[in-house]
Every structure is written in structure tokens, then in C-alpha cells.
Design a protein around this ligand. Structure first.
Ligand code: MN
Length: 182
């Protein structure tokens, strides 16, 4: 029983998240249960995943950990590393964070029936600013524009999601990780 647990988490960003899981953790002994302890966020942001979803029509599901859930978009053509490409991203329902490691076959007759494989994953960092001030991912998405830095195997560097009348648009930002040559 460690009273006043001295969480020396250096990343202020994760403080609120840690506090939100305090009661969850107090109820459990993670040396016994295999439930996740929620000790995430060592990257000062969250995790992202792109899952290749071979269902009725092949698409790629982009998910970003925001406020304890995975915000999700179906990207029919998948993300591009070329800043000239604008990729339609249709927002879908929030998924649990644990879904980021899910791979498998969703049985016929079930929602999204087909195979899911992890196409890329890693940490991401929120880069969104408004009027020169950093704003949270939650606020960014609410406002309809979020910029974030991906540290995956395939996807690296800045990406932006912008809400339009047709849906969201995902683009690679112009930075040293972009593979387009103007
Ligand atoms: Mn899907």
C-alpha cells in the first residue's frame, strides 16, 4: 500500500489521464489480474494505429488515442506519405484503447466481418495550435482540425486531419519526413 503514490511522471500531459485511472488501479492487483493497468502515455501523447481491414471493401482504419478512447476514421485509400494527396477519412465510432493491438477475423454476420491486421502503429504527439497556443486533441477534433506527429514504422512525421462537409481529410504535412519532392 503506497500512500500518496509518488508518481514522478515527468509528462504533465499524462497527469490527468493517470488521475482518471486512480480508482480503477486501487481496486486491482496487477500482479494477479491480467487486466491492463493503463500505464501508458510514456511518449507524452498517445498511441496511434492503422489497421488494414479487409471487409466487404478493403480500407484502412486510423485510430488515435484521445481522452482514453481511440478516435477512429475509415480511410478507404489509406494514409499517404505524399503531402499532395488528400485522403478521405470517414469518422467512425470510438473504440476502446485495447483495440489498438487487435488483429484477427471478425466472423461473418458480425459488424465489420473480415480480417483486421495492424498495418502500422506507434506513438503520436499532438501538434495542434490555435492562435499560437497548444490545444488538446479533444479540442482540436471538436474544432475540426488536428495536427499530430506519428512515430510509426511506415508513417512518420506530421499529419493533419481537417473536417469538411464531405468528411474528414487526412494529409501528410510538409516536413522532412514527407517523401514528396516538389
Ligand atoms: Mn473498418
Amino acid at each position: 500500500m503506497n500512500e500518496g503514490s509518488q508518481d514522478s511522471n515527468p509528462l504533465e500531459d499524462n497527469k490527468a489521464k493517470s488521475d482518471a485511472l486512480q480508482i480503477y488501479r486501487e481496486k486491482r492487483d496487477f500482479s494477479i489480474t491480467s487486466e491492463p493497468s493503463g500505464e501508458r502515455g510514456v511518449f507524452g501523447g498517445g498511441i496511434f494505429v492503422v489497421q488494414e481491414h479487409n471487409s466487404r471493401r478493403l480500407h484502412y482504419d486510423l485510430r488515435l488515442e484521445v481522452d482514453g478512447v481511440l478516435k477512429s476514421w475509415a480511410v478507404p485509400k489509406g494514409p499517404s506519405t505524399d503531402p499532395r494527396d488528400k485522403r478521405l477519412a470517414i469518422q467512425t465510432e470510438d473504440h476502446p484503447v485495447e483495440y489498438a493491438s487487435f488483429e484477427g477475423t471478425i466472423p461473418q454476420g458480425q459488424y465489420g466481418a473480415g480480417t483486421v491486421t495492424i498495418w502500422d502503429t506507434g506513438p503520436y504527439r499532438n501538434m495542434t495550435q490555435k492562435d499560437g497556443q497548444e490545444i488538446s486533441m479533444g479540442e482540436a477534433l471538436h474544432n475540426g482540425h488536428a495536427a499530430f506527429w506519428l512515430e510509426g514504422k511506415k508513417l512518420r512525421g506530421g499529419y493533419a486531419l481537417t473536417r469538411t462537409k464531405r468528411g474528414w481529410i487526412l494529409v501528410k504535412m510538409r516536413d522532412e519526413m514527407a517523401n514528396s519532392i516538389d
